[in-house]
Design a protein around this ligand. Structure first.
Ligand code: AMP
Length: 444
């Protein structure tokens, strides 16, 4: 099977060839023709197996067949992602694949000024890539018109439909026409989310490339049991003795990420942190420095677990296991991408044994346990409950969602109340708009 057989036009084939892709991946083979034909799609394929091109190429193909003049504020295709970094990455992929096509696109997310984004969308844009919080702000300012929307894509769809985002998504969908193509893509889907997803789709085609929720075989997975108080020491030792040059390390909390970053720097290992309390400038810089090998370690919360494509990243470390097993699959999926090999190491203390059990059950696989004599856990230490914090989905909130409507991280309570005033104002404007649309629907 080649890209030529998938019904893509010359301009897209040229851009794909320039990327060095010779064969479409399994998800691309199935998704591209199905989307070009106009079907709704629910697609599950493992991390790093080319999902982005799986939906962006056929979207661009469909756009290339019609060229309506975009009226003010109108948009034809909307791609929603859970994080700013992923939105930027998808926007870049669209630019790359659409290089020889005529269309317009823009990316909007929080943490940067809203006015340039409003000004761009005001002209009318073919493709908007967005995080939900900022898009709601824009909708609340009457800055976008979804009336001619042809296609909606939810990237990392299970995350977009879980408790942290579902309300925003529902509010946005209410502003869109009923008749549209909807595409849901992810590497993981729980049965509940699948059921919920079905309610957003119209007679969808299901694409399932590998066993549900499975991890990629090229990723070597290892667990080291170690006491919580000795994890930092073990991590430094692994990095130094194994001479790891590029390591993505996940912690459960932003505070934990900051603390570990400081400790690793003190141990002489160049490290930066990326999490939701950092300014957008610092986040972008940290990721860029990591990608270009200027720093050795990037310590991240689950903000970096989804979708990020870091070329040839060799090592991922779970300094702490995630609260939900799905996040384990996404975290380790930052390595072993596009057929490359990779290694995922989890440092597991006694408190985390039940999390590890849940993960192994979810991925239907026993992870290899490698004993390190010098770090053997103290048998006298008893398990303590894990502070689930705001990162837990069970609390219906995630610290990793892009919902900060303000341009800067919130600093004090005065800011907080100012923010909630703004949010209330925006919320009521959206509600007014929804009420108007509902009245219009009833009349027609
Ligand atoms: P994704 O899962 O969309 O993030 O893609 C993972 C990686 O695979 C990215 O680095 C893509 O550039 C690469 N990729 C996507 N499609 C192909 C293909 N058909 N052949 C080779 N590499 C690909």
């Amino acid at each position: 099977m080649s890209f030529e057989n998938l019904g893509l036009s010359e301009s897209l084939l040229k851009a794909v060839a320039e990327q060095g892709y010779t064969t479409p991946t399994p998800v691309q083979q199935q998704a591209i023709p199905t989307i070009v034909e106009g079907h709704d799609v629910l697609a599950a394929a493992q991390t790093g197996t080319g999902k982005t091109a799986g939906f962006t190429l056929p979207l661009l193909e469909r756009l290339s067949h019609t060229h309506p003049k975009m009226a003010k504020k109108q948009v034809r295709v909307l791609v929603l992602t859970p994080t700013r970094e992923l939105a930027a990455q998808v926007a870049q992929s669209i630019k790359t694949y659409g290089k020889y096509m005529k269309y317009s696109s823009t990316v909007v997310y929080g943490g940067v000024g809203i006015n340039p984004q409003l000004a761009t969308i005001r002209k009318g844009v073919d493709i908007v890539i967005a995080t939900p919080g900022r898009l709601l702000d824009i909708a609340g300012q009457d800055g976008i018109d979804f009336s001619v929307l042809e296609t909606l894509v939810l990237d990392e769809a299970d995350r977009m439909l879980d408790m942290g985002f579902i309300h925003d998504i529902k509010r946005l969908i209410k502003l869109m026409p009923h008749k549209k193509q909807t595409l849901l893509f992810s590497a993981t889907f729980s049965p509940e989310i699948k059921k919920l997803a079905a309610s957003f789709l119209n007679n969808p085609k299901t694409i399932e490339v590998a066993r549900e929720n499975s991890t990629v075989d090229q990723i070597k997975q290892v667990v080291h049991y170690v006491d919580k108080s000795r994890k930092r020491e073990l991590l430094s030792q692994l990095i130094k003795t194994k001479d790891w040059r590029q390591v993505l390390v996940f912690t459960r909390t932003k505070h934990g990420a900051n603390k570990l970053t400081k400790q690793l720097n003190e141990a002489g290992i160049e490290t930066l942190a990326i999490h939701g309390n950092k300014s957008q400038g610092a986040r972008t810089k940290a990721l860029a420095n990591f990608k270009s090998n200027n720093i050795r370690v990037l310590v991240a919360t689950d903000i970096a677990a989804r979708g990020l494509d870091i070329e040839q990243l060799p090592h991922v470390v779970n300094f702490e296991l995630p609260n939900v097993p799905e996040d384990y699959v996404h975290r380790i999926g930052r390595t072993g991408r596009a057929g490359q090999s990779g290694e995922a190491v989890s440092l597991v203390c006694i408190d985390e044994h039940s999390l590890l059990f849940d993960i192994e059950k979810f991925i239907k696989k026993d992870i290899e346990k490698v004993h390190i004599e010098a770090f053997a856990p103290d048998p006298n230490i008893k398990a303590e409950p894990i502070q689930k914090g705001r990162g837990s989905r069970n609390n219906n909130k995630s610290n990793n969602k892009e919902k900060n409507t303000n341009n800067k991280p919130k600093r004090n309570s005065r800011n907080k109340s100012k923010n909630s005033d703004i949010a209330a104002k925006i919320g009521s404007r959206i509600q007014e708009k929804l009420d108007k649309l509902e009245k219009r629907d009833k009349r027609s």
